[in-house]
Design a protein. Sequence first.
Length: 131
Amino acid sequence: FYLLINLKNVMANHIIFIIGTKPNLEHPEKSHLFLSDEGDTVVKPGDHVIWINMVASISSFIIVDDNRKKGKKVDDPNSGVFAPDPKLVPGSNIWEGHVRKDIKKGEEHYAICWSQDGMTYRYDPVIKVNT
């Protein structure tokens, strides 16, 4: 019920549901999240993206604009997909971010890091930017 109330006030071009996990205990960086868009999102500059966690066993998660994938400086405001970085909507299980308005056509990675059963895992979905 809480989710439906919050969604009424959220205008988004893309809503991505986190619907399952496949943790890899030996190699946490090789873990997998099941996303409603299968981890392959197509956006336009300026689009609004939200992620909604539907997995009760996830104790926390964070969306990271992964500038390091292509050797970009982490503190460079002109690199990465989102500006500003995605943020948690207070008091919810929803994260939201805006695709940079000046981003060029191409493919970018970002990371979703989550905690589950006392371990931290990482999954790297793809965002394809069409201009």
